[in-house]
Design a protein around this ligand. Sequence first.
Ligand code: M6R
Length: 607
Amino acid sequence: MCGITACVGDDDVVETVLAGLENLEYRGYDSAGIATLDGDGVSVLKRGGRIGDLSAEAADRGIAGRIGIGHTRWSTHGAPTRENAHPHTDCAGGVAVAHNGIIENHADLRAELSAAGHEFDSETDTEVVPHLIEEALATGDSPEEAFRRAADRLEGSYAVAALIAGHEGVLATRRGSPLVLGVDEEGGRRFLASDVPSFLEFTSRVVYIEDGDVVRIGPDGHEIATADGRPADRDAETVSWSPEDAERDGYDHYMLKEINEQPAALERAIRGRIADDGSVDLADFPSGSFADVSEVHFLACGTSYHAAVYARQLLRDRGVPAHAFSGGEYATTPPPVDEETLVVAVTQSGETADTLASLRSAGRRGARTLAVTNVVGSTAAREADDALFIRAGPEIGVAATKTFSSQVAVLVLLTELLAADVTGSPSDDRDAVLEALGRLPSAVGTVLSESGARLLARRYVDGDDGRFFIGRGVGYPVALEGALKFKEITYEHAEGFAAGELKHGPLALVTPNTPVLAVFTGRHDGKTLNNVQEVRSRGAPVIGVAGEGSDHVANGVDEFLPVPDVHPDLAGVLANVQLQLVSYHVADMLDRSIDKPRNLAKSVTVE
Ligand code: M6R
């Protein structure tokens, strides 16, 4: 997983390509590079480290060109060195390629190309591509033919952009990895990128490139052809995200900005989706849409998996058989499905390879599929039978925050619709839950303005033996999410557990240096308090997150982080906001790289 970008314009595009890369840095940030078409030749500048370093070096060296590609890398094959950074070139240096994804047959191709005399400089899978293009050019192919012939040899998932000396433009294609085209008619520019925020500051007109398409951007505009070479007429759409949405807006970190955007994101997630009569109104899914569903499988990874577990708990409470599976496991050990199984892929980006592989596996085996995603035009949205959008706006911080809340909000709506369709009548809680959902944005606003998480973080910044997060019911996925967020951005050990599980083993790890963060939702609180006593009696300090009226909780813990009292099915969303803030402030005190944590990237497009 990496970010690729490209631009062709009337003037020098180097700054634009570098800006596009900066906007994609959340996809990978261990090395970066650009290539430009400079006269008839190709110039490449690349290095380990951040894009800021690359930009400074590009300015020093006066790199210029009206046609350019760029790449920001998250290492899969080979360490984050200059040699392994993209763009990669052929033997003669006339072809430069940036790639996102994994070329699974790279070893065979490399052996074949080496035997034909090609020399390789890197350990990457990508480097075979420029050499394949060079090989095809040597047989007399035109640049387009050579590019297409090279792409035909690749197996795996990829989006590839190439510059070829003497060819006035950028050639690109995709199979399984994202690629979008930006159209700036007024400015006479065309863009290619792994994701829309790359060029959002320049244009909001987007064409979603289909798998197998070959696209060329040049000074004269763009052309797209299908896999079999026929011209493809793909309409440009205007995306509703504004450039400001993707800016930091005075906050120290995108993560903090996005935590604070949750009330607005939740408003958008639910706007127009609760009908006047109190029922759910998901326009594309009128009542009865899911009447023939007998079982629901959620597929997701990371934070999205926790939102999926949240929804699973709610559906089971409403009498609908539901399971949540790790996106990375479902395709490996697939459970039986049939046309009555609704498989819901929950994925912010819509591009997570593990989730997509599982979604495809379910679809192939006859299940009905639905993507719940933030990104219109994403692979999940286009490949699933249906899509439901969470409308959270762009999320730049690698740690998912507002998208979790928005996913849960939309899944709550879906849950009520499913419960009514599958069981034949609305759930007993529907009216109360939907009424509470309408008030959730302001309740989140209250948490944000009154949170004591910062002070608490200062007291518990040290936790030599790690931190445990526990919860029950919908508090359980929140505990998992709290721990994931904590480890992801603080680099400190943290684990999330179902509260009742501690006594089955993890309790052995609890010491006075293991702060335990316990999530209370207003359901099963007595049992969770018993588990809290089990850790307190081993000396561990307990921080309870619960409704402000929960005196029994406040009296049974060492520290109390209150949230407004809401319906228990939604209390987990509020508790999660407190936990996000605890993680954020601890990470800030430890001076961590909050928006771009080490070893991680926003969108994981490799299995
Ligand atoms: O785009 P997705 O929701 O499919 O991404 C899934 C995970 O990679 C993602 O949630 C990851 O766990 C986050 N960085 C967690 O903050």
